[in-house]
Design a protein around this ligand. Structure first.
Ligand code: EPU
Length: 434
């Protein structure tokens, strides 16, 4: 079993280059299944999550190669096998392959979903939308089997929640459907816009308006090859920025797309953290104690649910009572018990500490009060998901003493060689076998 040993208390400083977005990269690989021509995807992160998607694509018939410059060439001349139920259930990507596989093969079968244990994570919106497009989906013990006996037809879909995955699934299915598909209430995360740009360059006809969450897709018969670049990973940027602030450090993060970070930068400003735009990126720096803030997670352009974990560590060092109200996932505060064990004063509750959300009057612990400042102490920790795992790492980096962290396969799924890259910034972090 691999673990991280981290000796905390050292300010991180230096420059770091952000990798391509894990949550965009896999979707672009799935989009490539829509054509028999070659696709070149640049800025691919080398994370375990991308490996899982690579395994899926290779199983259905893609020829894939990666080079040392983070480029991926993927070509799926034909689908050899669209029934891939036997694959691992380690991430939530396979359900997005249903549409592309149906268009290429007429039938498809993908494994039931995996992914981080952060709530119930239903896929009713995916299934309802695809069904409305004429796809018949059968739930089997370990898979979803799908076929479209009368073809895949454009239709009007109103999403009751702007689900990222459901929006992507509709896009990937509608681009080659017969007729026009309209999505109202669509998610408009930057990773989705990255996917739309790829599909448009492949020949898809997509019109979208972010502010009204409206998308219109005119189906086309065929799509062709493309060269596309994965956008920078917003979650990596926030993680490195939080590591800088939590350790009284100073990090320049290169190659940032600032427009995707507005709600994060607002919070940093309110906390009294500092950032400075430079020609190459954004420099994050600061000195404890920070000021307490109130945060509500939301879909884009709101404060992202994947950011609350790294930021919560900085809030343990902020003066006063901070609040995080998680409105995207119902069960994303499991890691708070570990911050408490390290010395933080945190109190989770099932109340909505903010505007009432869809988890109101239920029993989900989806809000937390963090009272600071408190000093964290190193200890043994176990990661259970990617983003909470990043909170563990940042907490250990800012704590006094040594931490031993297990379950590190979770961060390896989402962050490329995180230990090596943190070491370059001066972190005392080592991967050990024990
Ligand atoms: N939801 C439904 N029904 C559905 C789909 C979603 O009720 O059919 C609910 C979910 O249960 C959840 C909420 O809607 O409470 C948000 O789900 P969404 O579909 O928007 O998210 P996702 O596609 O499953 C992606 C990212 C997540 C990120 C969210 C929100 C990937 C592989 N995952 O998940 O990333 O938190 O969007 O931005 O792209 C992570 O990287 O650690 C991670 C969890």
């Amino acid at each position: 079993m691999e673990r991280f040993v981290i000796k905390g208390g050292k300010p991180l400083s230096g420059e770091i280059e952000v990798r391509g977005s894990k949550n965009a990269a896999s979707k672009l690989m799935i989009a490539s299944l829509l054509t028999s021509e070659e696709c070149l995807i640049e800025n691919m992160p080398f994370s375990a999550d991308v490996d899982i998607t690579r395994e899926l694509c290779a199983t259905v018939g893609s020829e894939i190669s990666f080079d040392n410059y983070h480029r991926c060439v993927i070509k799926t001349l034909q689908i050899n096998n669209a029934l891939v139920s036997e694959l691992s259930r380690k991430n939530r990507i396979p359900i997005l392959a249903l549409g592309p596989l149906l268009h290429r093969n007429g039938q498809a079968e993908v494994p039931v979903l995996g992914g981080c244990p952060i709530g119930h994570r239903p896929i009713n919106l995916h299934l309802e939308s695809l069904t409305k497009m004429g796809i018949r989906i059968e739930r089997r013990p370990y898979s979803y089997f799908a076929e479209a006996p009368h073809g895949i037809k454009g239709t009007e879909i109103e999403l009751s929640y702007p689900s990222v995955g459901a929006t992507e699934n509709i896009l990937l299915t509608s681009v080659r459907a017969e007729g026009t598909t309209i999505i109202r209430g669509a998610a408009v995360e930057p990773e989705i816009i990255n996917l739309i740009e790829m599909l448009k360059q492949m020949g898809a006809q997509i019109f979208y308006d972010n502010s009204s969450r409206y998308m219109e897709i005119n189906g086309v018969r065929n799509l062709h090859g493309v060269k596309i670049r994965v956008i920078p990973d917003r979650n990596e940027i926030v993680s490195f920025a939080a590591a800088a602030l939590a350790t009284d450090g100073d990090i320049l993060i290169r190659h940032i797309q600032e427009e995707y970070l507005i709600s994060f930068l607002d919070v940093i400003r309110k906390m009294g953290g500092s950032f400075e735009k430079t020609r190459d990126g954004i420099r994050f720096f600061g000195k404890k104690p920070y000021r307490a803030v109130q945060i509500e997670t939301a879909s884009h352009p709101g404060f992202m649910t994947d950011w609350q974990q790294p930021v919560s560590v900085i809030l343990t060092e902020a003066t006063g009572e901070s609040i995080i109200h998680e409105t995207v996932y119902e069960d994303r505060f499991g890691y708070m018990k570990d911050l408490r064990a390290m010395g933080a004063a945190v109190h989770v509750t099932d109340e909505c500490l903010g505007d009432p959300c869809r988890f109101q009057n239920q029993t989900f612990n989806h809000s937390v009060r963090i009272i600071g400042p408190t000093a964290l102490r190193g200890r043994e920790l176990e990661m259970t998901d990617i983003r909470a795992g990043m909170a563990h790492i940042i907490a250990a980096l800012s704590a006094e003493g040594e931490s031993l962290i297990s379950g590190i396969e979770h961060v390896d799924r989402g962050y490329e060689t995180i230990d090596e890259r943190l070491r370059v910034l001066g972190a005392d972090i080592n991967r050990v076998n024990s």
